[in-house]
Design a binder for this molecule. Sequence first.
Ligand SMILES: Nc1ncnc2c1ncn2[C@@H]1O[C@H](COP(=O)(O)OP(=O)(O)OP(=O)(O)O)[C@@H](O)[C@H]1O
Length: 544
Amino acid sequence: MISGSTPASTTRTPSRPFSRCSIATERPIGPACNPTVAGRLCLAFGRSRFMTLAASDLRKSYGQTRAVDGVSVVLRPGMVHAIVGENGAGKSTTLRMLAGAEPPDSGVMTLDEASYAPPSVVGAAALGVSLVYQEITINRSLTVAENIFIDRLRQFAGPLGFIDRRRMEAAARAILERIGAQIPVSADTGRLNLGELKCIEIARALSTNPKILLLDESTAYLDHREVQAVLRVISELKGQGMTVAFVSHHLDEVLAVADELTILKDGQYVGTYRTTEIEPNEIHRRMVGRELARSIYPPRPPGDPSKPVVFEACEVAVGRELGGVSLNVRAGEILGLAGLKGAGAEALFAAICGDLPLRGGSMTLAGSLYAPSSPTSAWGQGVAYLPGDRHNEGLIADFSILDNLVMARPPHHGPFFDRAAATAIAGDLIVQIGIKTQSVDSSCRSLSGGNLQKVVIGKCLAVQPRLLLLNNPTRGVDIGARTEIYRIVRQKAAQGLAVILSSEDMPELIGMSDRLLVLRQGQITHRIETAADATEHDIIGHMA
Ligand SMILES: Nc1ncnc2c1ncn2[C@@H]1O[C@H](COP(=O)(O)OP(=O)(O)OP(=O)(O)O)[C@@H](O)[C@H]1O
């Protein structure tokens, strides 16, 4: 039995009777808490193969911030346990404590009922608990195989101490095949996309043969096809009896794979439920503390062909990724780009924001020839870019929130930085976008993943751009904040902003775009004039 205090939710009265999983009892209740048949067989033949990880009344503070404030959770063999909550609710902190990355301030953790207090991530992995972090942790100067076995290369050392690369690469290939990732094991990771990097991290976690796998927003960087592959792997691992904890802001994914879910709010435990017995609306209500609007997407104004074209690309070709694409976007319009990774959207964005030269074609901005020599030149001409990788391209994590928000266009008073104006701009954005922080001067390192994403969005809005390029803008952002970001983007569009939106989140793409283009292998394969009429099926059919 888990020791510790009674979970907070037992004192709450649900609005309708939910069958809650019994966090405080030893025995799982009902079918949803039973391991799968495969899991039961594994348990019967070797109980030590799969394990139960339980945490009771965990607490963790960072200075004044109570990141986790009395969280209890039981992860059982053969089951997928989702942990959900708004940005900053304490999900990552909880997983980090379970994985030995940080010690709790207080609380009790047990592994198969034995006391569990891993001194480090390596210590936890040795006990069978592996974490895939929310942010990308790949060393881009190493190959795929080296990254997978980064802390265990010695196991491939031959008698003379040299690494047997063939053996290491064969082992890496076997794990990647297991998760359906087609990545060459000797590939230079510097050339891989974010989805591929995430697959390598999942492979790295699996390479330790964990009994308990903790996945923190592991699908956030993946495209439609990769998400499906990872969800299949999770189901397969569950079928083998593995214990999986899964954090995601996408309830459809959660409901597709999870048996139970624990809701956190502001660091506190709300409750644990069987996914078959709680409605999505109710999950949202308990996460956010209020009902969500029926649609998270703002209404689309009718298209207005009399509005001026803000940006036009004519037969634009970039590197090997984009081969002669023509498109335009008008003031007030949101143009959606659909496509798998490498289909061409990132190359197009890189050219528009001055990061890559054109191989062919031309671009115009507000009717004039546009050929930015660098990102600084693009930003200077009113083109703001929200990159897909917030950590490497979007912000400087060691700088304060204020510095990051005004970085693209710092306010000046004569030759001097105008700190008062910067504080006012940053303060407004923090309120407008709902960035959860103690102060504008806090380091970005202190922010949760979703709040970091909001800082990057704020940085783009602070320059009051005329063209906004959004690459997966709501990656890792909770549904309440997403609704707010959609509202702000639509509001800015109504004021004349032109937006190009590339997203791997299909409902977002359909819900936010006015028109849609589908890209495949560097070409536009399909044009949808009224995005509201598009279906996911139709789009996916032209992507693959
Ligand atoms: N190292 C740190 N220093 C200071 N504060 C931190 C630190 N890590 C987390 N926090 C704070 O703890 C709270 C919980 O953060 P956590 O990352 O666990 O949230 P989360 O639920 O995973 O959010 P998200 O969905 O945005 O990833 C947040 O308010 C965050 O700002």
